[in-house]
Write a protein that binds this ligand. Structure first.
Ligand SMILES: CC(=O)CC(=O)SCCNC(=O)CCNC(=O)[C@H](O)C(C)(C)COP(=O)(O)OP(=O)(O)OC[C@H]1O[C@@H](n2cnc3c(N)ncnc32)[C@H](O)[C@@H]1OP(=O)(O)O
Ligand SMILES: NC(=O)C1=CN([C@@H]2O[C@H](COP(=O)(O)OP(=O)(O)OC[C@H]3O[C@@H](n4cnc5c(N)ncnc54)[C@H](OP(=O)(O)O)[C@@H]3O)[C@@H](O)[C@H]2O)C=CC1
Length: 293
């Protein structure tokens, strides 16, 4: 039975969670934003405020709408604060056990008819759904980074996702004024099946000494008209996410062409995760980003 989606819970207030909360609130939905710490939630609200202000400065939003949007986002430190949500979107770390633990903790407090979605970049929706009490009302809803700027949402049904869930998810994404593409539930779906091997290949190009960080990013920005070079993009996505996606592809498709570049592994092991840790293929701690290799 279809339910009206008015109140949206977002679990994980990082790069993606704050962007999803931003677009939901700006589209008129009430939002409950959850993360592990009050500090992270406050930081996310500040980021959202800044990005909304950026849209006001660009004339994409008026000041009254900015204020109304931010007022619709309520921090939710406890999963109990999500109990009245019609839809909950999980956007926590790309680590299957973390997601499964979130689902086992949050499902008991949700209404039985509430929908549950994951913003996972790559992990099997069917497998994640099986770890919930509602595989029929579970779906992959894959937003792109940065969420307020990117038009696409990839929609992925698990084997048990019901038609009503699928239709409601499509209506919800359309209400966000986003464009839907449908992917089958195979490792990394469509966008990351194509994009992340390219990013991994750019890291191999650096690792093998074919080019420098600067020459590789310049080559692809000016040679292929990419808005960001692949190494800049890797830092933007997060090197931990890039590595997780390559590991899911490598394990899920059992093809050595998806093996993560050892240099990517090394950066993640060093905690150099890109922009979110101020250092990855570039060092962001100074005036302008400086290549770290
Ligand atoms: C990994 C996955 O699972 C799937 C994915 O998401 S793959 C990644 C997909 N995303 C991409 O490929 C992004 C490629 N980059 C771009 O399209 C563009 O560089 C961009 C849209 C991100 C920015 O475009 P731009 O014309 O440079 O915008 P501009 O106004 O100059 O903004 C530049 C800055 O603002 C950010 N930005 C602008 N508006 C923003 C908003 N509303 N919300 C968040 N960030 C915003 C940009 O990321 C960039 O960051 P810094 O402020 O730290 O420098
Ligand atoms: N980065 C990208 O470009 C894209 C990422 N995605 C996907 O979105 C999801 C989030 O990615 P991203 O936003 O980049 O990751 P981030 O690391 O930026 O944010 C993840 C957030 O989830 C929090 N978190 C971790 N465990 C829990 C928990 N148990 N309960 C609540 N919050 C938790 C983290 O807190 P803490 O840091 O304290 O652990 C962090 O604030 C991933 O599945 C990723 O694959 C999808 C599209 C694009």
């Amino acid at each position: 039975m279809a339910i009206a989606i008015r109140k949206v819970g977002v679990i994980g207030a990082g790069q993606m969670g704050n962007g999803i909360a931003h677009v939901c609130a700006a589209s008129g939905f009430d939002v409950r934003l959850n993360d592990l710490s009050e500090e992270r939630l406050n930081s996310a609200l500040a980021t959202i405020n800044g990005n909304l202000a950026r849209q006001v400065a660009r004339g994409q939003l008026d000041e009254a709408d900015r204020q109304a949007s931010i007022a619709r986002i309520v921090p939710a430190l406890s999963f109990n604060d999500l109990s009245e949500c019609d839809l909950v979107i999980e956007a926590a770390t790309e680590h299957e056990e973390t997601k499964r633990k979130i689902f086992s903790d949050v499902c008991p407090v949700l209404r039985p008819d509430a929908l549950l979605a994951s913003n996972t970049s790559s992990i099997s929706i069917t497998r994640l759904a099986a770890s919930t009490d509602r595989p029929e009302r579970f779906i992959g809803m894959h937003f792109m980074n940065p969420v307020p700027m990117m038009q696409l949402v990839e929609l992925i049904r698990g084997i048990a996702t019901e038609d009503t869930t699928f239709e409601q998810a499509k209506d919800f994404i359309r209400a966000l004024n986003k464009t839907i593409t449908i992917a089958e539930d195979f490792p990394a779906f469509i966008v990351n099946r194509i994009l992340l091997p390219m990013v991994n290949e750019a890291i191999y190009t650096l690792y093998e000494g074919v080019g420098s960080v600067d020459s590789i990013d310049t080559a692809m920005r000016l040679g292929a008209n990419h808005p960001m070079g692949p190494l800049q993009l890797a830092d933007f996505i997060g090197l931990d996410v890039c590595l997780s996606v390559m590991q899911v592809l490598h394990e899920g498709l059992a093809d050595s062409k998806y093996r993560p570049c050892p240099l990517l592994v090394k950066y993640v092991e060093a905690g150099w995760l890109g922009r979110k840790t101020q250092r990855g293929f570039y060092d962001y701690r100074g005036e302008k980003p400086l290549p770290t290799r």
